[in-house]
Design a protein around this ligand. Structure first.
Ligand code: CDP
Length: 211
C-alpha cells in the first residue's frame, strides 16, 4: 500500500501524510527533509547554493536528524528551495526515496513530485493545497510558535516566490498528477483535513482492490 502526498509549501501535506501513516500503520518519509538536510550541509560548510556542483557534493553523507530545528530555519529553507531545482541534486536523492517507497508493506511519502516522479504507480495520490493567504497565516503561526520572528507580508511574498520556483523549474516541477485527488484545506481544520484525506485514500485503495 503506497500513498503519495504532494502539495505546495505550508499546505498541510506533512500533517496529513503523518496522520495517514498512523491511520494505515505505514512508515512515513518527509522528502522535503532530505532537501533541507542537503541545504543544511551546504550552509554549514559555507558552500555556494548557486553552484549545482557544490550542492551535489552536499548530498553526500546526509546522515541527518529529522528533528534538528535548524532544518526548518529560514536560511536553510531558502537554500533548500534553490538547490531542489538542480537535476543532479534530485538525481542524487532519487534512489533513497524510491527504495523507501518500494519497501514491503508499503509507505507514505510526502513532497512535490511523489505522485509524478518518485512513485507514479502509487495506490493513492493526494494533492494537498490551500490559498497562499491561508498558507502564509499557517506558516506565521508555526514560526512564532518556534520562537522565530515572522511577518505576514514577508512570509506571503516568500511563499509566492517559492511556489513559482517549485512550479516553474524544469526538473520535477510541482504539478498535480492526473490521477491525484485534490484536497483544498483552506477552509478546513486539521481534524477535518485529516478525516477527508483518510476518506479519499480509503476510497482509492478500495477501488484498487476491485480493479
Ligand atoms: O513545506 P515547505 O516548502 O516549507 O518545506 P518542505 O516540504 O520541507 O520542502 C523543502 C524544500 O524542498 C522546498 O523548497 C521544496 O521545493 C523542495 N522539495 C522538492 O523539491 N521535492 C520534494 N519531493 C520535496 C521538497
Amino acid at each position: 500500500m503506497l500513498i503519495a502526498v504532494d502539495g505546495p509549501a505550508a499546505s498541510g501535506k506533512g500533517t496529513i501524510a503523518r496522520a495517514l501513516a498512523e491511520h494505515f500503520k505505514l512508515p512515513h518519509m518527509d522528502t522535503g527533509a532530505l532537501y533541507r538536510a542537503v541545504a543544511l550541509n551546504l550552509w554549514r560548510w559555507g558552500g555556494d547554493p548557486s553552484s549545482e556542483f557544490e550542492a551535489v557534493r552536499a548530498c553526500e553523507d546526509i546522515g541527518f536528524n529529522p528533528d534538528d530545528p535548524e532544518l526548518r530555519s529560514e536560511p536553510v529553507s531558502k537554500i533548500a528551495s534553490v538547490i531542489s531545482a538542480y537535476p543532479a541534486v534530485r538525481a542524487a536523492l532519487l534512489e533513497r526515496q524510491r527504495e523507501f517507497a518500494a519497501q514491503d508493506g508499503g509507505a507514505v511519502l510526502d513532497g512535490r513530485d511523489i505522485g509524478t516522479v518518485i512513485a507514479p504507480d502509487a495506490d493513492a495520490k493526494l494533492f494537498v493545497t490551500a490559498s497562499p493567504e491561508v498558507r502564509a497565516q499557517r506558516r506565521v503561526r508555526e514560526l512564532l510558535a518556534r520562537g522565530m520572528p515572522a511577518h505576514y507580508a514577508d512570509v506571503l511574498l516568500d511563499l509566492k516566490s517559492r511556489d513559482e520556483r517549485d512550479t516553474g523549474r524544469e526538473s520535477a516541477p510541482l504539478v498535480q498528477a492526473d490521477d491525484a485527488e485534490r484536497l483544498d484545506t483552506s477552509e478546513l481544520t486539521v481534524a477535518q483535513a485529516v478525516a477527508e484525506a483518510v476518506r479519499l485514500a480509503e476510497a482509492r485503495l478500495k477501488l484498487g482492490h476491485t480493479d
